[in-house]
Design a protein around this ligand. Structure first.
Ligand code: RIB
Ligand code: CA
Length: 338
């Protein structure tokens, strides 16, 4: 019998995902990809304060879901401030409304008719993860924001972790910072939450991938791509083009990162990502290093033996490189597909 004759190509079931966002220009890029890509089953989006206040984040998130016609996806409001730190929004990066101050009417975006789910984000996450465990269909959780909701979830309802397959979070960095010289914005905004999440994931045996700044800026879309998208027939394409164009204008450059969308690419197409399993510690006390993810790449045991701090207990798959052109095409083809 010829190879393949009588056999059917088995199409894998879509991967159940939940995004936790602080929408956010690049969170919006991630949401468009997660809403539309056939390899994913976007089960919910939870919101947290970060780039903007949590109510603005909910408004922005509902608008992005409406643009893709995904009003079936529940959106829940989460925490309005970090566990300990004071909220420090990033309007200098994302605009006054947190999502590029775009003219939604001019873009022809559909009006937002859906309301947020009445549950708090932590309760929605608990409910969906408990259901996922009962169905033995564990969820990949993709936090793209300060980790406050996730820390509260794992400490308040640890049994919910049974419904988790994997956490792929955008945050931290092995080599650079953005919010400060040493810290990445999401972890810097709520370092205690990040430390709790890493600690809880170790205790609850949840695998963690850290999609940090080391790769965050690599997947880029050009101003020309944006112009082509903006001329598109669909609200999704026009929104995607406007998000890219906003960044090019804001930073005075001819291309822009899709940022958080790279963490979603890592779920869709993990072969485009290289990671190394390394101990990671979140610095909480350094005057200039608070919020730094200290990634330990030491190889000689003798160094570690003489280190009073020892080795951080939690080992994380730290993203070290991406196939940027592969994921640029993935994002563009998806937002153009509408
Ligand atoms: O440091 C980049 C991260 O901070 C991204 O998630 C961006 O949206 C902001 O939240
Ligand atoms: Ca974000």
């Amino acid at each position: 019998m010829a190879a393949g004759a009588g056999t059917m190509d088995v199409v894998p079931a879509p991967i159940p995902v939940i995004l936790d966002v602080d929408t956010g220009v690049d969170d919006a890029c991630a949401l468009l990809l997660a809403e539309l890509h056939p390899s994913l089953n976007l089960q919910a989006v939870t919101c947290v304060a970060g780039n903007a206040g949590v109510d603005q984040v909910v408004t922005n998130t509902l608008a992005v879901l409406a643009a893709a016609g995904r009003t079936d996806v529940p959106v829940a409001r989460g925490t309005a401030r970090p566990l300990i730190e004071v909220p420090r929004e990033a309007r200098h990066v994302h605009g006054e409304d947190g999502m590029g101050d775009l003219d939604h009417a001019f873009l022809g975006l559909p009006p937002v008719t859906a309301a947020a789910d009445p549950r708090h984000a932590v309760e929605l996450l608990r409910d969906l993860l408990d259901e996922a465990h009962e169905r033995t269909e564990p969820v990949t959780l993709v936090p793209l924001a300060p980790l406050t909701n996730i820390a509260l979830l794992l400490r308040t309802y640890p049994q919910a972790a049974k419904g988790l397959r994997h956490i792929v979070f955008m945050g931290g960095a092995a080599n650079i910072g953005n919010a400060t010289a040493s810290a990445e914005f999401n972890v810097w905004q709520d370092p205690e939450a990040a430390a709790v999440v890493l600690d809880a994931c170790r205790e609850l045996s949840v695998p963690v991938t850290m999609y940090g700044l080391d790769v965050f800026y690599d997947v880029r879309v050009t101003r020309v791509d944006a112009t082509t998208l903006s001329a598109g027939a669909s609200a999704v394409a026009r929104l995607a083009g406007a998000l890219v164009a906003f960044q090019c204008e804001r930073f005075g450059i001819d291309d822009a990162t899709v940022g958080d969308a790279g963490a979603v690419c890592a779920v869709i197409d993990p072969d485009g990502l290289r990671t190394t399993a390394l101990p990671v510690h979140v610095e909480l006390t350094g005057a200039r290093t608070r919020g730094q993810t200290v990634v330990d790449r030491r190889r000689w045991a003798g160094d570690v033996r003489h280190d009073p701090h020892g080795v951080a207990p939690t080992v994380v798959d730290v993203a070290t490189s991406v196939d940027a052109e592969r994921w640029r095409r993935l994002w563009l083809e998806t937002v153009r597909s509408q």
